[in-house]
Design a protein around this ligand. Structure first.
Ligand code: DX5
Ligand code: ZN
Length: 215
């Protein structure tokens, strides 16, 4: 399978959200990456359900919703109704991760688990067979445009071994600081999905930058 590109809407122009959604629709991107922050799990607040619904109204590609919120179980159904196709929760934010991933799948969405830079991929061994996507954070979550953490390469390798050993279908998604200098190496190490916010939206030609990342 060729790798997937998920532009992060966090770096889009919210005054022109329809224009930016159409740009992604008409690009070689595969998913919309939608970052939800609650000001508790991370030191920032992004946006909520009305904005997701507005994106969904125009999007022709799946919505990959990344929840950086505490106790996400409260809102799984509401995110489904807002338009999430893939719903990712943080391992660090869930007391009963297996229950949460089962609930996400029960609602008809793909289930993702995200891990912070300090969290070992080995904590995923007993859940890996039940998840569709592992989102490896390559920055500390909360903000776009941060510097990529180099230890991520090593984590991809270890995670790939776990996925193979457990014969899991899980995709490895890399989120944070992905750019035109590191994307090839990330794919070589085994990344399946690359999230890119700042790299896409700060570029003079976002459509072309997505095409480059897709090469
Ligand atoms: C960070 C978010 C990321 C962010 C990535 O907390 O989870 O998805 O939008 O942005 P860049 O690509 O700018 O690092
Ligand atoms: Zn994200």
């Amino acid at each position: 399978m060729s790798h997937l590109i998920a532009p992060s809407i966090l770096s889009a122009d919210f005054a022109n959200i329809q224009r930016d959604v159409e740009m992604i629709n008409n690009s070689s991107a595969d998913w919309f990456h939608v970052d939800i922050m609650d000001g508790m799990f991370v030191p920032n607040i992004s946006f909520g359900f009305p904005v997701i619904k507005a994106i969904k109204k125009h999007a022709t590609k799946p919505l990959d919703v990344h929840l950086m919120i505490e106790n996400p179980d409260r809102y799984l159904q509401t995110f489904k109704e807002a338009g999430a196709d893939i719903l990712t929760v943080h391992l660090e934010a869930c007391n009963h991760l297996h229950r949460t991933t089962q609930a996400i799948k029960g609602l008809g969405m793909k289930a993702g688990v995200a891990i912070n830079p300090h969290t070992s991929v080995h904590l995923l061994i007993d859940i890996i067979s039940d998840v569709d996507v592992v989102c490896v954070m390559s920055v500390n979550p909360g903000f776009g445009g941060q510097k990529f953490i180099e230890n991520t390469y090593h984590k991809i390798q270890s995670l790939k071994e776990i996925i193979r050993a457990k014969k899991s279908p899980a995709l490895i998604e890399i989120d944070g600081g992905v750019d035109l200098n590191n994307y090839k190496k990330l794919i070589e190490y085994g990344a399946d999905v690359l999230v890119a916010g700042n790299t896409v939206f700060s570029s003079s030609n976002p459509t072309q930058t997505i095409a480059e990342l897709k090469k």
